[in-house]
Design a protein around this ligand. Structure first.
Ligand SMILES: NC(=O)c1ccc[n+]([C@@H]2O[C@H](COP(=O)([O-])OP(=O)(O)OC[C@H]3O[C@@H](n4cnc5c(N)ncnc54)[C@H](O)[C@@H]3O)[C@@H](O)[C@H]2O)c1
Ligand SMILES: [Zn+2]
Length: 379
């Protein structure tokens, strides 16, 4: 790879033969071609993007490939989670095949987690596997979904139930593209940033408390720092447990058992974004940890307070916009049991002994759980 400029931060995901770099910096969209060129099996790429992101950034990305002498095709899918449906995936595969790719063609995902998950899975199965590159454009995708190789689509049985572990060859994060991201989407990604502090990095959580508001308001240096730090955290965990065969990678699911239930109850729709659900879920996971006497109550209060202060919806009452929800602990627990992470109906939780001290457990007292949810619903 050509020498990155001084402002480009590089993070290595150490996976032996499947290792790759994450390049993070301002204006990197114009350098994707140059960064990708040495890695391509042939100078041919197809960029997959969505109807919101393609008009904003597609031309600049295509120009960067052209400048590097790389032939570029493109396919655009509708924005939103519906593009991860089976039928949409089938259309994408046919649109890709219309462009007559060969096995040396590389797919490039330009967009948020939807485009990344979809394109990664397409790359895993197109002509039995072609290379792919991630150019994530949401904060959530930049700090989480573009790194680690989980790809997939949705079915009527649930989200991400069909997919593959398939690592990209390169991830290029242009921090400037966050400038056009709606504030709610930015906040949603921030929940996953703060998660890395809560898992095993109390100093980073302190940093988030001190700098989160400025990061969200637009401070470029703080954004770049947080993205690099988050990618390093995820890269470290993924390198040690690529396929979630131990509990290590499962720590990344902090807030996700509760969050998944909240998302399921709100229909995985615009009433509650994934990161918003994770934020509320992390607050609940710390509350439960405190209730079970595992974690100081003060830590749970700090978690709830910070996420609330930056503008994430941590109170169930605040979720759902104008459609006020009738939450029910029974329904939420049913959703948790339906989660693919529940092993033989046994719920898996990531709880904490304090900020930065998360652990995985399958031994959560059912009465305490129901009690906690009832309290949260009434609050
Ligand atoms: N693979 C993983 O490890 C992993 C991890 C977490 C989440 N996910 C998946 O990620 C998906 C959610 O990703 P997401 O939150 O990025 O949502 P998304 O991809 O739907 O993007 C959110 C919205 O922002 C728009 N957008 C994207 N970039 C923009 C930009 N720079 N400026 C303006 N608008 C922009 C998109 O068009 C979309 O409407 C879910 O499907 C989830 O399952 C995967
Ligand atoms: Zn998540």
């Amino acid at each position: 790879m050509s020498a990155p400029t001084s402002t480009t931060r590089m993070v290595r995901v150490d996976l032996g033969g499947r290792a790759y770099d994450i390049a993070i910096g301002a204006q990197l969209l114009d350098r994707v071609g140059e960064l990708a060129a040495p890695l391509l099996a042939a100078p041919r790429v197809v960029v997959v993007s969505d109807g919101t992101v393609a008009p904003l950034y597609g031309a600049r990305l295509a120009a960067s490939f052209k400048k590097a002498g790389i032939e570029t095709g493109s396919v655009t899918v509708p924005p939103g989670e519906s593009s991860k449906e089976f039928a949409a995936f089938s259309r994408l595969m046919n649109d890709l095949l219309d462009l007559r790719p060969d096995r040396k063609t590389t797919l490039v995902a330009l967009g948020g987690g939807v485009v990344g998950d979809l394109t990664g899975f397409a790359a895993a199965v197109l002509l039995r596997g072609v290379d792919f590159i991630q150019v994530p454009t949401t904060l959530l995708a930049q700090v989480d979904s573009s790194v680690g190789g989980k790809t997939g689509i949705n079915t009527r049985h649930g989200k991400n139930l069909v997919g593959a572990f398939y690592q990209p060859r390169l991830v290029v994060v242009d921090t400037d593209v966050l400038g056009t991201l709606p504030r709610r989407e930015l906040l949603s990604g921030y929940a996953e940033v703060a998660k890395y502090g809560l898992i095993d990095d109390p100093a980073f959580w302190d940093w988030c408390e001190a700098n989160g508001a400025a990061l969200i308001a637009g401070d470029a240096a703080r954004r770049a720092y947080a993205i690099e730090h988050s990618c390093r955290a995820k890269a470290r965990i993924v390198a040690a447990d690529e396929r979630e065969t131990t509990d290590l990678r499962a720590l990344l699911n902090l807030g996700h058992t509760f969050g998944h239930a909240l998302e399921a109850e709100t229909g995985f729709g615009p009433d509650l974004l994934h990161g918003e659900a994770v934020g509320a879920g992390m607050a609940l996971a710390f509350d439960l940890s405190a209730k079970l006497g595992l974690c100081p109550a003060l830590d749970a209060t700090r978690v709830r307070h910070h996420l609330d202060a930056v503008g994430l919806p941590v109170r169930l009452r605040g979720i759902g916009g104008n459609n006020r929800r009738q939450w029910s602990a029974t329904k939420l627990i049913d959703h948790m049991r339906g989660d693919k992470k529940a092993e033989a109906g046994r719920l898996t939780f990531v709880l904490a002994r304090g900020i930065g001290r998360a652990f995985v457990t399958r031994e959560v007292d059912a009465v305490a759980l129901r009690d906690l949810l009832d309290t949260a619903i009434a609050a």
